[in-house]
Ligand binder design. Sequence first.
Ligand code: URA
Length: 294
Amino acid sequence: MTAVSRDNRPDIADLLAFYASAGVDEALEEEPVNRFAEAASKPAERAPATVTPTGGSAALPRSTSVSRAEMGERPGAAPVARAQSATATVPDEQQAALARQLATRAASLDELRQHMAAFDGCNLKFTAKNLVFADGNPNAAVMLVGEAPERDEDIEGLPFVGRSGRLLDRMLAAIGLDRTSAYIANVIPWRPPGNRTPTPHETEICRPFIERQIELVNPKVLVNLGGLSANTLLNTTEAILRLRGNWRVHTTAAGIAIPAMPTLHPAYLLRTPAHKKLAWRDFLEVKAKLRALG
Ligand code: URA
């Protein structure tokens, strides 16, 4: 065994670097909490563990305490079932069904945003700082859908404002677009902790919201940024490197067919710049389609 001298021992900076590389880049509380000590000293007073939609235990989430008006329910409309109380054991399917119900009832983007803000059925909400709903022009001909917010987006409450967002802005500019002529959203509106990939359960729970958002925006052309967006919205399990560059169709609940271009995610392009030329071709396709559709 190698002897570790006192000077070579890992210090707090190494530990923090290790956490950062593992994706642990946020403190959830002001002060550290020793949950083991808490459990040992006060077993009877422990807060009931909440079973999250993905089956794991989570800290007690905020409860849904908004009024019907805040929920965006129209006067006279039948009440919408609420997210289960914080301590209930809730199967994912029940939350997905509730998300579908809320999404269908949203008659406008504002109502949809309010329903999403009041929805407690996705565990990601409880570690995120903000709901990241959308940015850009809801009357635009083109809508781009990414995966999920990262740190910068979570802080600002807007999609694609970090490093990938700056690349996305350059990609849009290359075909004569910007955030006044494009609408941008994500499949998942809450940041997954440490930017991990959203689970299939989380994706299924959030899917009705983005589908309704697309339906309400009703763009002429949809752009799917990355595999999760393409797979979730284009009803395929094919890999993004096979899908990209080929027109597909996103069909709304009302049966409207929207041409969709799957392309590479800007975060992937930052890691794999050699593939920027592929995304460039895809964006030229989008530009040509927008011109053809008038
Ligand atoms: N990646 C995404 O998919 N969406 C964002 O908003 C930011 C990074």
